[in-house]
Design a protein around this ligand. Structure first.
Ligand code: OSB
Ligand code: MG
Length: 368
């Protein structure tokens, strides 16, 4: 595939409601959208780096820098014969997984289109529908949280994830369980605790949570192993798994029983597939995490979640849970059974609405 032109856009879209985690509160989605134009097709990718380095060290600025100074020059005006060749052309650039993922997604979309296949099919996906869960941020009070949960359950979401932090944890989970004794419920701390909180966290065991996501520091595996050995609730790692080798280390150490794979965090679709395959071999289920993506990133998430070992509900909700107006057509909708249908059209399988993209663009650069 001969790569003729690449376009970077920084966009900003308002969330339907602010999203708060132990890391802070966000009102807008800021992202970089990458478009690759090849001889035979074009493709889109989304960089999930945020404005500030809270979730990850990467930011919009670091991704823009690394994409334009180092990644784009390596592939522009080049003939790339396969996804593997694409990866190896960029393999000298260490780290910056979110930047890597964005440009690889755009390549994979264009590549699937050139092969006249849907991205899900190209990857070996086995589902027509993926299970949809919803991730609910920290609220002003528990009453609001319970009301939100009720709304999402009514819409059909199959699993509720609530964000926790010290002072917004045991009492909140207790009240949610009292109101909804049997729902599929999990918590995500985004690394807000340390191993010194062991006794405190153990008190969550009585609420039969589906799992507890990333309780301890983002770069820790050893303390997570200690914590997991002393808790019944399965630990799921998010931030602590940036690549295949950390996934291997985590399973060997016993740091978790589940892995949340985010395409951006692990550096792209092919790397996602490798972690997925490894976990499958080890009998460890995975699910697809989210970064409140626009329809572009969402389409990629839906495609990877169609793989066999995505055995738990994903943080892939309908477009209207995030945005009043998405930038793809059709927007992602929740089926009544709490699933989202995997697009069967070529590539990411949804049309990117370029006029709408233009409206949300804050900066744009074209490379030819
Ligand atoms: O930890 O999973 C997380 C959003 C931004 C940063 C980190 C996380 C999240 C989410 C959102 O939980 C999930 C979604 O996209 O619906
Ligand atoms: Mg998380």
């Amino acid at each position: 595939m001969f790569i003729k032109k690449i376009e970077l856009r920084e966009i900003q879209m308002e969330y339907v409601s602010p999203f708060e985690t132990s890391l802070g509160r966000e009102y807008y989605k800021d992202a970089i959208i990458v478009k690759i134009e090849a001889q035979e097709s074009e493709g889109f990718g989304e960089c999930v780096a945020e404005k500030s380095p809270w979730y990850s060290y990467e930011t919009i600025e670091t991704a823009w820098h690394v994409l334009s100074q180092f990644m784009i020059p390596k592939i522009l005006k080049k003939d790339v014969e396969s996804p593997e060749a694409f990866l190896s052309m960029l393999s000298r650039i260490r780290g910056h997984n979110m930047a890597h993922a964005a440009i690889e997604e755009a390549f994979m979309d264009a590549y699937a289109k050139s092969k006249k296949t849907a991205l899900s099919k190209l990857l070996g996906g086995v589902r027509n529908r993926i299970e949809s869960g919803v991730s609910i941020g920290i609220q002003e009070n528990v009453e609001k949280l319970l009301k939100n949960i009720g709304n999402y359950l009514e819409q059909g979401y199959r699993r509720i994830k609530i964000k926790i932090k010290p002072q917004w944890d045991l009492e909140v989970v207790k009240k949610v369980r009292e109101a909804y004794p049997n729902i599929s419920l999990m918590v995500d701390a985004n690394g807000a605790y340390t191993i010194k909180d062991l006794n405190h966290l153990q008190k969550l065991d009585k609420y039969h949570l589906l799992m507890m996501e990333q309780p301890l520091e983002y770069d820790d595996l050893v303390d997570h192993a200690k914590l997991q050995s002393k808790m019944k609730t399965p630990i799921c790692l998010d931030e602590s798994i940036p690549n295949l080798s950390s996934a291997q280390a985590a399973l060997k150490l016993g740091s978790c029983k589940v892995i949340n794979i985010k395409v951006g965090r692990v550096g792209g679709i092919q790397k996602t597939k490798r972690i997925h395959d490894y976990c499958q071999e080890k009998g460890v289920p995975v699910w697809c995490g989210g970064m409140l993506e626009t329809g572009i990133g969402r389409a990629i998430n839906v495609a990877v979640a169609s793989l066999q070992n995505y055995k738990l509900p994903n943080d892939i909700s309908a477009s209207d849970r995030y945005y009043a107006e998405d930038i793809v057509e059709p927007p992602f909708q929740l089926n009544r059974d709490g699933t989202i249908t995997v697009p069967q059209k070529l590539g990411i399988g949804v049309e990117v609405l370029e006029e709408r993209l233009e409206k949300v663009t804050k900066r744009k650069k074209t490379f030819t």
